[in-house]
Design a protein around this ligand. Structure first.
Ligand SMILES: C[S@@+](CC[C@H](N)C(=O)[O-])C[C@H]1O[C@@H](n2cnc3c(N)ncnc32)[C@H](O)[C@@H]1O
Length: 267
């Protein structure tokens, strides 16, 4: 990384990309969305990015020729998404909005929600509203690409209640401390995060945030997706459509059934 802005003056939303780029392979994720569109033979390239944050996927898809609309509930993240797309000379549209109450009349060929966006919809009613709205926003035959992690440990091992991740941002060492607990009554996992930025051994800045995500088992999620009118085409290892999923952290592709005339044509 060449340039690290003065971390002392920034809030978490401004550090969103700097931190997430250390842990998330956005190139591979965007390439997989494009691969899904190609594999399932969609001709259109209109994409709806649900929970787009700073527009990491949106920018990559726009650069690959997609017309992208990104929606996120955070006004600051949308502001960043707009300015980054503009700086990169890419045309993509970003709206502040709630993905469980989409009011766009446009029809899309593909919708994506990546990096656990669906886990932020905390009740079945809200998840249902979102899935139905996505089905409505897709043209017949359109694809919904979403990832999932059930936020329980794989293979029944006890999760560490506390753990630490580290990365370097130029001459700054970022330590991210997680403290996580599962509230079984509500099915929510509460993750308290502390971000500590060090130069040498000296702590320069610390920030905290709290993430709440819901625990959901894949069969339950797929049941909701299918009830909303989709056909689940497959669940895959992240981010490779050639390898079926073997763990509960996967990416899935679902399809709004093609119209009867299209289905007839391909039969
Ligand atoms: C873990 S982030 C993933 C963001 C982005 N897809 C990425 O990969 O960088 C989850 C995002 O979902 C957004 N979000 C959560 N609930 C939402 C809702 N109901 N409507 C729209 N956005 C929402 C958050 O603001 C956040 O940007």
């Amino acid at each position: 990384m060449d340039y690290v802005p003065p971390i002392e003056t920034l809030e978490l939303a401004d550090l969103y990309d700097i931190i997430n780029e250390q842990f998330i392979d956005y190139d591979a994720q965007a390439a997989m969305v494009e691969a899904a569109v190609n594999r399932w033979g969609l001709e259109g390239r209109r994409a709806l990015d649900l929970g787009c944050a700073t527009g990491q996927h949106a920018r990559r898809l726009a650069a690959a020729g997609f017309q992208v609309v990104g929606i996120d509930i955070s006004p600051r993240l949308i502001e960043i998404a707009r300015s980054k797309a503009e700086e990169a000379g890419l045309s993509a549209t970003f709206h502040v909005g709630d993905i469980s109450a989409l009011d766009d009349d446009e029809q899309f060929d593909v919708a994506l929600s990546l990096n656990y966006v669906l886990s932020y919809l905390y009740s079945n009613d809200v998840l249902w509203d979102c899935l139905c709205a996505v089905a409505q926003a897709l043209r017949p035959g359109g694809l919904f690409v979403f990832d999932h992690h059930c936020f329980l440990p794989p293979h029944g091992e006890a999760p560490p209640a506390e753990w630490t991740e580290e990365c370097r941002l130029g001459d700054v060492r970022l330590v991210v401390r997680h403290r996580q607990h599962l509230e079984a009554l509500t099915g929510m996992v509460h993750d308290k995060l502390a971000y500590e930025f060090y130069r040498g051994e000296k702590l320069q800045k610390s920030l905290t945030s709290q993430e709440v995500r819901r625990v959901m088992f894949p069969p339950d999620l797929f049941m909701h997706v299918e009830n909303a009118g989709f056909t689940v085409l497959g669940a895959f290892e992240r981010w490779d459509l050639d390898t079926p999923a073997t763990t509960p952290a996967f990416v899935a592709v679902a399809q709004r059934p093609p119209s009867s005339s299209e289905a007839g044509e391909s039969a």
